[in-house]
Design a protein around this ligand. Structure first.
Ligand code: GDP
Ligand code: CA
Length: 327
């Protein structure tokens, strides 16, 4: 058995967690026993928010719960079998956001996290501490320890926290742009630079290119780390057949002037040879006709089934991505 490939995944929540499960499974199938030593996930923290005095990290929690096998797979977020007693009580008090549901078990996570933050741990240290409860089989790093919550700026200049725009308004208010106030002075979290520099492959999960992968690459220095690593950088399209699989990536892409197509998203990330981050791009079979267009931009294109409907299919996608990197 050759040594385990060192894999770094850049990821958001739902698409990110399904893909990360696939990467862990692909590594296991290759006989990698200690997947946590081989697999590092750099997670978007742009979705994070303070609510009712606690810190929420939705994408970090989605990936943690999915890797631990305690996620609510049907609903797509939170813990399986959760209840909402505390949430009901908060609403009776008029606290928090009436349109934002916090599960009881989920609140336990947020309370633990907030307590440790208040004691002086950094977000990266809190995530590290939280990784001991369940055998995750991966190392999770926040993209940054700084608070850079995504703000949606509307055409009329109104500013909403990303969670309000998404959860309350279901992405129906047309965004003019997305901002991460404070990101200019943020640094990649400890461990991120070393992981990317030492990686054999860097994978861009099929996550929202604008509000999941976008904030990660916007952390000063992080994009350059991806651009200059000796590892191959392989992206997986979140767009299948010209449509988002789930969520509001189409609205986000439109806001930044990018068409909702697998080829346009690849062009948005760009070829490493011309200032972008990608060496290779996985397209869905439904988008096979776009492969030449992607290749024409200097990005190796590969066609594969990209529906992550179960762990086996996600593992096959991850295996294809590793293969695209020559691993
Ligand atoms: P969020 O943080 O919960 O919004 O999740 P992510 O940003 O990680 O992922 C959202 C993206 O995942 C959406 O743009 C979807 O199109 C994509 N996605 C969800 N399921 C699948 C799937 O089965 N296959 C592919 N290729 N993309 C998917
Ligand atoms: Ca998210």
């Amino acid at each position: 058995m050759s040594a385990a490939p060192r894999v770094v995944v850049l990821a958001g929540g739902v698409g990110g967690s399904k893909f990360v499960l696939g990467v862990r499974e692909a590594l296991r199938r290759r006989g990698v026993a200690d997947t946590a030593a081989a697999l590092t996930v750099v997670v978007n923290t742009g979705d994070d928010v303070w609510l009712s005095g606690v810190r929420l990290q939705p994408d970090v929690d989605s990936i943690t719960y999915a890797l631990a096998g305690v996620n609510d797979a049907e609903r797509g977020w939170g813990r399986a079998g959760d209840s909402e007693r505390v949430n009901h009580e908060l609403q009776e008090w008029g606290a928090g956001w009436p349109w934002f549901t916090l599960g009881d078990l989920d609140l336990g996570t947020h309370l633990a996290r907030t307590g440790w933050l208040r004691e002086g741990l950094t977000p990266a240290q809190v995530i590290e501490r939280m990784s001991h409860r369940w055998p995750l089989g991966a190392r999770l790093l926040p993209m940054t320890d700084a608070e850079v919550d995504t703000v949606v700026v509307l055409e009329d200049g109104a500013r909403l926290h990303f969670q309000e725009w998404w959860t309350r308004h279901r992405a129906t208010l047309a965004p003019a742009r997305f901002e991460n106030p404070g990101i200019e002075t943020a640094d990649p979290a400890p461990g991120v630079a070393d992981a990317i520099a030492a990686a054999d492959v860097v994978l861009l999960a099929p996550s929202n290119p604008v509000v999941s992968i976008g904030p990660i690459l916007a952390v000063p220095g992080l994009r350059d780390l991806v651009r200059t690593t000796t590892a191959q950088v392989v992206g997986v399209s979140p767009i299948i057949g010209g449509k988002v699989v789930r969520g509001m990536a189409d609205v986000c892409l439109t806001a930044i002037g990018v068409e909702t197509s697998a080829s346009a998203v690849a062009a948005h990330y760009g070829a490493r040879a011309s200032g972008g981050v990608l060496d290779a791009w996985l397209l869905a079979e439904e988008d096979a006709a776009l492969a030449d267009e992607v290749a024409g931009r200097g990005i190796r294109s590969l066609v594969a089934p990209l529906w992550m409907t179960d762990a086996a299919r996600s593992a096959a996608i991850a295996e294809a991505a590793l293969g695209a990197a020559g691993l």
